[in-house]
Ligand binder design. Structure first.
Ligand code: C5P
Length: 235
């Protein structure tokens, strides 16, 4: 069999992470959360006291941090090796402090080109040397996978949903409620972050050849099924 590369981009709260994970599981391939890589470098920069407004310092520091990505879709992990010590960051990269600072790091071009190379290497290794029991291939998700990291992927999907739906989903996920206060608290992490991110990456309109899956009116299982349908059509 040949390897299958599925690229998924989308805004915050589109469900791209959980949906991509489930799709990877169903396909038996690896899962790569590229956002976790930007987050892990942000965690390390914050811990090292790097000024995130200083692009040169951020890029210089990022190059010193090795990332260890666990690409099992059943239990994806991210770890960083700092000063020779590997630290699991799977939980830590979700912290509000990392979320509030990641866009600044992701805006540094030298950091992006560095991570794009690492992401391509991870995709290649999932294709050429899949983990035992896994099929060759990967579902990779982020903001620039369909356009920059893997523009020649077998399947390229933009996962979208109306902003109000994305807000409500994230509020439920993070705060267990979607009342006015929860929506307002969530707005910053979604709308504001996407606004800043959209200066760096283009993830709101489908590039040429990219299939849009709109999950506004779909539940989780329906969205996974729609993604798998696009994969089936394309392969
Ligand atoms: O997807 P997630 O919310 O974990 O991504 C965290 C941040 O990483 C995004 O807000 C964005 O700044 C950055 N990112 C990126 N390019 C990607 C994936 C994530 O710039 N491919």
């Amino acid at each position: 069999t040949t390897a299958l590369v599925v690229a998924v981009d989308g805004p915050s709260g589109s469900g791209k992470s959980s949906v991509s994970r489930a799709a990877a599981r169903a396909l038996g391939v690896a899962f790569l959360d590229t956002g976790a890589m930007y987050r892990a470098l942000t965690w390390a920069a914050l811990r090292a006291g790097v000024d995130l407004a200083d692009a040169d310092a951020v890029a210089r520091h990022a190059r010193t941090v090795a990332l260890v990505m666990g690409t099992d879709p059943a239990a994806p992990t991210v770890a960083a090796v700092v000063d020779g010590v590997e630290t699991d960051l799977t939980e830590a990269v979700r912290s509000p402090e990392v979320t509030a600072n990641v866009s600044a790091l992701a805006a540094v071009p030298a950091v992006r080109s560095d991570l794009v190379l690492r992401q391509r290497a991870l995709i290649e290794s999932a294709c050429l040397a899949p983990a035992p029991g896994r099929e060759p291939g990967v579902v990779a998700e982020g903001r620039d996978i369909t356009t920059v990291v893997a523009p020649r992927a077998d399947v390229r999907i933009l996962l979208t949903a109306d902003e109000s739906v994305r807000l409500a989903r994230r509020a439920h996920q993070d705060l267990g409620a979607a009342d006015a206060a929860a929506l307002e608290a969530t707005r910053r992490g979604i709308v504001e972050r996407d606004r800043v991110d959209s200066r760096t990456t283009s993830f709101t309109a489908a590039a040429d050849g990219v299939v849009t899956v709109d999950s506004t009116h779909l539940d989780f299982d329906g969205t996974v099924a729609a993604v798998l349908e696009v994969v089936a059509q394309a392969t």
